[in-house]
Write a protein that binds this ligand. Structure first.
Ligand code: ADP
Ligand code: MG
Length: 425
């Protein structure tokens, strides 16, 4: 089809808005005048659209937002610096750009930093290394990267390098030929081949033995694999996302991880903060996983005593979000109407009962943090009091306070309050 013979002008190192707009216009006119499109044409247009998107992504934040505004102003004037967007604005901007969150939520600035990096990395094929403690959402982040890239409809293959015995790891990753070793009864495809055209997630990459690291490095360089026991090379095109809860730089110093592999894998490096460093997310996560657990167990959401709630808001969560989620399932399973400290696993249960108001043991990190905590506490107390006064009728409380009812519902959810717990019997 002759419409497609003309290739788009290629991006240069100095990408300009004008250049990108021109390329978009060519795409648009191609679409406007085409009476029908065959699959290969659609794919070509998609590739061209993706290329334009990649270049837009590469323009730095300043170029995308500040200079674009500045260029409209009189050239002699220095543009006013844009105010930093708030976390909510950043999240809404991601949504407006059709970012796929895959169930990741929270408005913590460090989490948003990670999501914004993921957004830029996703449409490229660059390897991404995600690190962070266990349960901070590394695997979820890998899925986010896959879901936002051009490979979203292709395979996503996850391999836990720490869970496979050392002797089997190569065959697991690269496959094997029949008879390659005792027990290799048939030819077998490895995870890399299964991930062809898609994404391979290499979890616990710090656990990969040195020999496996050498082989992996070779795959990264040549984009080819060899099944164990075979001389034949097979081309594989798999996007690599690796994760670790170890400090790889330390492992490099100890001679347990190859430095060249580290640099190959961490072209894009994302670090997820532990939950205790983003405590502002805890109320939302408690509400979310409380509801999810109730639904999974087909029961009504469990209310919490103030002491339990105070504990959960301040607990350090060494297992991070996974631990919080598991705790909510445990409470939903063990508690009746209302869960209390006694329903917590024994090893984390505080010895002396925690008093709701004075529960916080860690001093606030800053004045702003102290103010926010106090304001949250006051908001919660006010909501509880209000609900008690109206016997749990949210519509009535919204009327009394002259508030939008859905806004009130959001506030209740934020604090994990359930109106039914305030109904008069
Ligand atoms: N930001 C987040 N919002 C909601 N749920 C999350 C978030 N981060 C992690 N989770 C949940 O926490 C659990 C652990 O996440 P996972 O990605 O397996 O952690 P890791 O791989 O770091 O051990 C999963 O159930 C995941 O859905
Ligand atoms: Mg994991």
């Amino acid at each position: 089809m002759k419409l497609f013979n003309q290739d788009l002008p290629r991006g240069t190192s100095s990408m300009s808005y004008a250049g990108l707009l021109e390329r978009l216009e060519i795409l648009r006119s191609t679409l406007r005048w085409a009476s029908r499109l065959d699959r290969p044409d659609i794919e070509k247009l998609l590739r061209q659209a993706n290329a334009v998107r990649d270049e837009v992504m590469q323009l730095s934040h300043t170029e995308r937002f500040v200079q674009a505004v500045g260029s409209q102003a009189a050239p002699a004037q220095t543009p006013e610096p844009m105010p930093e967007p708030t976390p909510t604005e950043r999240r809404l901007a991601l949504l407006a750009r059709s970012f796929v969150f895959e169930g990741t939520f929270g408005d913590n600035p460090r989490l948003l930093d990670a999501l914004e990096i993921a957004e830029k990395a996703a449409p490229t094929d660059l390897p991404v290394l995600v690190d962070g403690e266990s349960g901070t959402g590394k695997e979820l982040m890998a899925k986010v990267i896959h879901a936002n890239g051009a490979r979203a409809d292709k395979a996503y293959i996850s391999v836990n390098c720490g869970a496979i015995p050392e002797s089997l790891i190569e065959s697991e990753l690269f496959g094997h030929k029949r008879g390659a070793f005792t027990g290799a009864a048939t030819d077998r495809k490895g995870k890399f081949e299964s991930a062809h055209k898609g994404t391979i997630f290499l979890d616990e990459i710090g656990e990969l033995p040195l020999q496996g690291q050498v082989k992996l490095l070779r795959v990264l360089q040549s984009h080819e694999i060899q099944r164990v026991g075979s001389d034949e090379t097979i081309a594989v095109d798999a996007r690599i996302v690796a994760a670790t809860n170890k400090n790889l730089r330390k492992l490099i110093e100890l001679g347990q991880f190859r430095e060249d592999l580290f640099y190959r894998l961490s072209v894009i490096h994302v670090t997820l903060p532990p939950l205790r460093e983003r405590k502002d997310e805890i109320p939302l996560l408690l509400a979310y996983y409380g509801d999810e657990a109730a639904e999974a167990l087909k029961r009504r959401p469990v209310a919490m005593t103030p002491a339990l709630r105070a504990f959960l808001l301040d607990y350090a969560y060494p297992g991070n979000i996974r631990e919080l989620r598991n705790l909510m399932y445990r409470l939903a399973c063990l508690a009746g109407e209302t869960a209390d400290i006694a329903h917590l696993p024994e090893d984390i249960r505080p010895v002396a009962p925690v008093r709701a108001q004075a529960a916080s043991t860690t001093p606030p990190a800053s004045l702003a943090e102290a103010k926010r905590a106090a304001s949250d506490e006051a908001e919660r107390a006010c909501l509880e009091r209000g609900l008690k006064d109206v016997g749990g009728t949210v519509a009535e409380l919204a009327r009394r306070w002259d508030m939008n009812r859905s806004h009130l519902q959001i506030l209740l959810k934020k604090h994990g309050l359930h109106s039914k717990d305030f109904r008069r019997h």
